[in-house]
Ligand binder design. Structure first.
Ligand SMILES: Cc1ncc(COP(=O)(O)O)c(C=O)c1O
Length: 386
């Protein structure tokens, strides 16, 4: 089976984990601090706060910005549900704005339309490893006085105009087992705002600055020493992993026919967490054919978040709520309008057409040849065309 993701762990990770096990210190400690310092330097920000997952990073970032009940956060519907779930978990409401066909990420013009009197933050997602339009989104956030929280869970090492994703606003990263670098489970928040980082540290550890003195509300969202040791070793390799992914992506793009291949937009450094093609007709049949050939391909994501049962239900009350409150005085139309939270035609079309193929750094040339051949032959058999 040619897998769609595979953690690449070597001697360095084994030695690092063994050293932690032998040290006797397993819970958050010096390894976590070293990992935070190294990650902050890598992203080019003043502070990094390690947490237990990407979801935790998003939740803590939102809470550290003071976002909660009664607030709205404008985000992408074309993402893993964790993005919107993290907003809900704070008591705030996700307001979806459609994505751009260019990069599959939050469309700044659509996001602008959804900003209302209760909006507190923009939460773009750097889907598949390509940064959203961070220039336009930063400008939009500044213009409306909103926080910019980047879901960079799929984009460790990606950049926009020479600056790393996660350094434009408050960055949120995931080190889940399938990510470009992994700690098994884990996450990181990046920021230049030292006070925000201090609040995040309190939130991840029961509001304790000193042991057994809770100053504010908090949780246990800490990272372990074992995970941090893995993270330090993986961070050393991240750039090489990403270069391999980019080379693999180029190799596939040169060989695939009959599908729309992914595009790296000017000024962006795409780290290909996923290599995602669009198949205009016969996507699901092609998926089956690839599986028959022992190639793991997946659809990220078959159901946009606003269409998921949880959010479709929420959308109606969101719409009602917003219409009741009106976008009074803002001169903006409410996010809902007749028919619920509104259609997201681009996200909905993409969810029917996208297909992610193996591209990870552990693939051989023979694997990539097999993937390209299977796609080309599979599509040929289906009579498909872009
Ligand atoms: C876009 C996106 N957001 C959030 C998350 C949540 O990260 P985690 O699984 O580490 O909680 C993930 C990854 O799974 C993701 O891909």
């Amino acid at each position: 089976m040619i897998r769609i993701a595979q953690p690449l762990l070597g001697e360095e990770e084994e030695q690092a984990v063994l050293a932690v096990l032998r040290s006797g210190r397993l819970a958050q400690g010096p390894q976590v601090q070293r990992f935070e310092e190294a990650f902050a330097e890598y992203i080019g920000v003043a502070e990094a706060v390690a947490v237990s997952s990407g979801t935790a990073a998003l939740q803590v970032a939102l809470l550290a910005h003071g976002i909660g009940s009664g607030d709205e956060v404008v985000t992408s519907p074309f993402t893993f549900a964790a993005t919107a779930n993290a907003i809900l978990a704070t008591g705030a409401r996700p307001v979806f704005a459609d994505v751009s066909e260019e990069d599959f990420n939050l469309d700044p013009a659509q996001a602008d339309e959804r900003v209302g009197p209760r909006t507190r933050a923009l939460l773009p997602v750097h889907l598949y490893g390509q940064a959203a339009d961070l220039e336009a989104l930063s400008t939009l956030a500044r213009r409306h006085g909103l926080a910019l929280i980047e879901d960079a869970c799929q984009a460790a090492g990606a950049s926009f105009a020479g600056r790393k994703a996660g350094s434009f606003g408050t960055g949120c990263f995931s080190f889940y087992a399938t990510k470009n670098m992994t700690t098994g489970e884990g996450g990181m928040i990046t920021t230049d705002d030292r006070e925000l980082a201090a609040r995040a540290r309190l939130l991840r550890d029961h509001g304790q600055r000193r042991r057994y003195v809770s100053e504010t509300m908090g949780y246990n969202l800490r990272l372990t020493e074992v995970a941090a040791a893995l993270g330090l070793a993986q961070l050393q390799k991240l750039d090489a992993f990403n270069e391999r992914r980019r080379a693999n992506a180029r190799y596939l793009t040169e060989r695939l026919a009959g599908v729309i291949t992914p595009r790296e937009l000017p000024g962006r450094y795409h780290v290909y967490h996923q290599y995602t093609v669009r198949v205009r007709r016969g996507r699901d049949a092609l998926l089956e054919r690839l599986r028959d050939r022992d190639i793991e391909a997946l659809v990220f994501y078959p159901l946009p978040v606003h269409k998921q049962p949880l959010y479709a239900g929420l959308g109606r009350s969101l719409s009602t709520l917003r219409q009741a409150q009106g976008a009074i005085g803002s001169g903006r139309r409410p996010s809902g309008g007749p028919g619920g939270i509104g259609r997201m035609p681009v996200a909905e079309r993409l969810s029917r057409e996208v297909l992610s193929l193996p591209v990870h750094a552990g693939l051989s040339r023979a694997d990539l040849d097999a993937v390209a051949l299977a796609v080309n032959e599979g599509l040929g058999g289906l009579g498909g065309s872009p």
